[in-house]
Design a protein around this ligand. Structure first.
Ligand code: NAD
Length: 253
């Protein structure tokens, strides 16, 4: 089978940005999509856009730091659509941008809790559901170029995204023989509400950021969605454990 037609996908952080673009792309390719996010209004908006385009999606209000919520989201995929083929663990926050010594415990715990523990809790529920189906599956975790590079004033974020790369590699090795592939997508700077927020706070910072990107522009959420769609499909059947950068060349200069 090629593409995502007939598959069941769970996508977290799909009320906005990269997650919404990916949910839309998956539905366009014929997947049934469970949209999981803490933001109910945005989640309803995502599923209504998908329904208007003739796609199939269900929203489940989910805080990825809550293990019961994560279990319910996986259960919804199984109950509503009969199983789980692809999971995109994408919910994340940037947290406060302050120097190392000024980072509060609260910020550390929030950022690591959502970006790293959230991915761990999700995989721990998703993998048994995929094993149960017997048909394998594909998990894609959202890391970042901050998963392979250091950035000032973002230490909890950078640590959490490095952790996502490590979790991805470990699970990939552990479940490869079961037909479950686990990869990470590492976006560069993508034009989503997350980046727009910091651009509004400091317009010069966006100009400086763009100047540092060889492609000379921000990425579009749809450009991450197309990579996740490929990783989710059998076209990437022999790709596992990989951190895939989608960054306009940022990380290779
Ligand atoms: P975004 O702010 O547009 O979307 C993030 C989504 O995550 C939101 O819908 C939000 O409600 C949801 N979310 C936050 N906390 C949650 C929680 N506890 N439980 C469930 N959902 C929660 O941002 P985005 O740019 O689309 O970011 C998506 C992912 O991409 C994040 O993991 C982010 O770190 C990563 N990323 C983004 C960029 C970028 O430049 N935009 C670059 C690298 C990595």
């Amino acid at each position: 089978m090629r593409g995502l037609d007939g598959t069941v996908a769970l996508i977290s952080g799909a009320s906005s940005g990269i997650g919404r673009a990916t949910a839309t792309r998956f539905a366009e390719e014929g997947a049934s999509v469970v949209v999981a996010d803490i933001d109910a209004e945005g989640g309803e908006e995502t599923i209504s856009r998908i329904a208007n385009d003739g796609g199939e999606a269900t929203f489940v209000e989910t805080d990825v730091t809550d293990q019961d919520d994560v279990a319910s989201a996986v259960e919804t995929a199984v109950d509503a659509y009969g199983g789980l083929d692809v999971a995109f663990n994408n919910a994340g926050i940037e947290g406060e941008q302050v120097g190392f010594g000024d980072q509060s415990n609260d910020n550390w715990e929030r950022v690591v809790g959502i970006n790293l523990s959230g991915v761990f809790y999700a995989m721990r529920e998703e993998i048994p559901a995929m094993l149960e189906s017997g048909g394998g599956g594909s998990i894609v975790n959202t890391a970042s170029i901050a998963g392979i590079l250091g950035f000032p004033n973002l230490s909890p974020y950078v640590a959490s995204k490095h952790g996502v790369v490590g979790l991805t590699r470990s699970a990939a090795v552990e479940f490869a023989a079961d037909g479950i592939r686990v990869n990470a997508v590492l976006p560069g700077v993508i034009d989503t509400p997350m980046v727009q927020r910091s651009g509004e706070a400091d317009p010069e910072s966006t100009e400086q950021t763009v100047a540092a990107i060889p492609a000379d522009r921000l990425g579009e959420p749809e450009e991450i969605a197309s990579t996740v769609a490929w990783l989710g499909s059998d076209d990437a059947a022999y790709v596992t454990g990989q951190p895939i950068t989608v960054d306009g060349g940022y990380s290779v200069q």
